[in-house]
Write a protein that binds this ligand. Structure first.
Ligand SMILES: [Zn+2]
Length: 258
C-alpha cells in the first residue's frame, strides 16, 4: 500500500517540478508512514500480493464460429473498462470493502467446493476450516468440502514458504485470489477456481485473521482501508467480518441468486 503511494508520487515529481506539489506529496507520504506505524508493519497479511488476484483467464472449450470468437474477444477488452466504472458508481464510502477487480461485473454462483492441497499441515487445515465456518454463517456464500464439478466454484487451500526481505519490516502471512474462468462456445458458464494459501515460514504468527483474510480474497473481496475489516492488509487480530465485508460479498453473489 505504501509502495503504491511512493511510486505514484515519484512519477508525478518527475513530470512536474512544482515545489508546492512536491511538498504536498512528501507530507502525504510521511503521513501514510506515520499512520501505519512500525507496530502494524510487523505482520502484513499478504503484502498485497496481487499476482493472481488479478488473473482472468478466458478459455473457450470449443473453437466456436468465427463470429462468436470475435465477439467474445472484443468483450474481453471492453470488460475491464466497463467494470471499473461500475465499481465507483455504487456510491461506495471510504469504509466500504472493495470488490476484487477480477470478479467485477461477473456472475458467480454463491456455492463453493473446497479441498486442501496435499501436504497441507494440520494447523493450516484447522485455520481454514474455522474461516469456512465464519463465511458460511453469513448466509451469503456456501462452502462445502469436496471436489466439485467443472461447472462449480472451487477453492484450493494450501501453504507455501517464503521469507520476507529483510528491512521490509513486514512479514508476508499468506496469499490468495480468485481465478475466474469464462467458458464460451459450446457451453457458457463462469466459474471461480480460487486459491488461498498461508505462509508456513511464519507458522507461529498465523491466526484466524490470516485465514479469514485470504479466504476473503479467494471469494472476491479486496483490501479495505478500515482497520476493523477482515480485508485490512495488516493483521489487527480481527476475528469476524464487518457489515461492510458482508455487504460486499452480498453485492458479488446477489447477482446470481435470481
Ligand atoms: Zn490481502
Amino acid at each position: 500500500m505504501t509502495a503504491d503511494i511512493i511510486t505514484k508520487g515519484a512519477r508525478r515529481m518527475r513530470r512536474r517540478h512544482h515545489p508546492i506539489r512536491n511538498l504536498i506529496i512528501l507530507a502525504l507520504v510521511i503521513f501514510a508512514l506515520v499512520k501505519i506505524g512500525p507496530d502494524n508493519l510487523n505482520r502484513t497479511l499478504d503484502n498485497g500480493v496481487r499476482g493472481f488476484q488479478t488473473f482472468v483467464h478466458k478459455y473457450r472449450t470449443t473453437p466456436a464460429f468465427e463470429v462468436q470468437q470475435s465477439a467474445s474477444s472484443s468483450a474481453e477488452s471492453s470488460e475491464s473498462s466497463a467494470t471499473s466504472s461500475s465499481s465507483s458508481a455504487k456510491g461506495a464510502t471510504d469504509d466500504a470493502t472493495p470488490i476484487e477487480s477480477v470478479v467485477q461485473g461477473i456472475k458467480l454462483s454463491n456455492t463453493y467446493h473446497y479441498t486442501f492441497a496435499s501436504g497441507t499441515t494440520q494447523q493450516v487445515r484447522d485455520l481454514f476450516a474455522r474461516a469456512v465456518a465464519v463465511y458460511n454463517k453469513t448466509g451469503v456464500v456456501y462452502l462445502d468440502p469436496g471436489q466439485g464439478t467443472k461447472y462449480q466454484n472451487t477453492i484450493t487451500f494450501g501453504q507455501y514458504r517464503t521469507v520476507s526481505p529483510q528491512g521490509q519490516q513486514a512479514e508476508e502471512l499468506g496469499k490468495a485470489g480468485p481465478r475466474v474462468y469464462q467458458y464460451s462456445g459450446g457451453e457458457n458458464f463462469t466459474v471461480n477456481r480460487a486459491e488461498a494459501k498461508l505462509n508456513i515460514q511464519y507458522a507461529d504468527k498465523l491466526d484466524d485473521t490470516t485465514a479469514l483474510h485470504e479466504l476473503g480474497h479467494a471469494l472476491g473481496i479486496d483490501h479495505s482501508t478500515n482497520e476493523h475489516s477482515i480485508m485490512y492488509p495488516y493483521d489487527e487480530a480481527n476475528q469476524q467480518l464487518t457489515a461492510a465485508d458482508v455487504n460486499t460479498l452480498r453485492e458479488i453473489y446477489a447477482r446470481t441468486s435470481e
